[in-house]
Design a protein around this ligand. Structure first.
Ligand SMILES: [Cu+2]
Length: 150
């Protein structure tokens, strides 16, 4: 009886440790829809810690017409200039991979079609305001927000 209890206790302790480990860190959840809207515009996260972003396209329109991504830019980046310039990076799903625009990118998700999701992890090393944007052509004027690292 004592052995069974010990085993049960050990199992419960193990589960607790596992659960704590699973929820360590910061997880952000963000969706985008067919009306070119992110469901959230502002986030606050600890600087220097790993952040998990779970991004989902909850729309129904085809990817070629209404694809969405999340591109996180360095503090002080020119978001409108980035959005306008990213149109030329069609070959890499509107995320520039070289040049001055690429240097502004901290992290980005894949370009998602309807019902798709992508999870990325990144760390914002320096405290500051990081703007994020959807770089699909024409979306950057509406689809943007900020992640403040403190
Ligand atoms: Cu978009």
């Amino acid at each position: 009886m004592k052995n069974k209890f010990s085993t049960l206790l050990a199992t419960l302790l193990g589960m607790t440790v596992f659960a704590a480990a699973s929820f360590a860190g910061t997880t952000l959840e963000l969706t985008a829809n067919d009306t070119m809207q992110f469901d959230k515009k502002t986030f606050e996260v600890p600087a220097g810690e790993e952040i998990t972003l779970v991004f989902k396209n909850v729309g129904a329109l085809p990817k070629a017409a209404m694809g969405h991504n999340v591109v996180i830019l360095k503090p002080g980046s020119d978001v409108m200039g980035f959005g306008a310039g990213a149109v030329a990076a069609a070959a890499t799903e509107y995320v520039p991979e070289s040049g001055p625009l690429a240097e502004q990118v901290v992290a980005h998700t894949k370009l998602l079609g309807p019902g798709e999701s992508d999870t990325i992890t990144f760390t914002l090393e320096t405290a500051g305001v990081y703007e994020f944007v959807c770089s699909f052509p024409g979306h950057y004027a509406l689809m943007k927000g900020t992640i403040t690292a403190k």
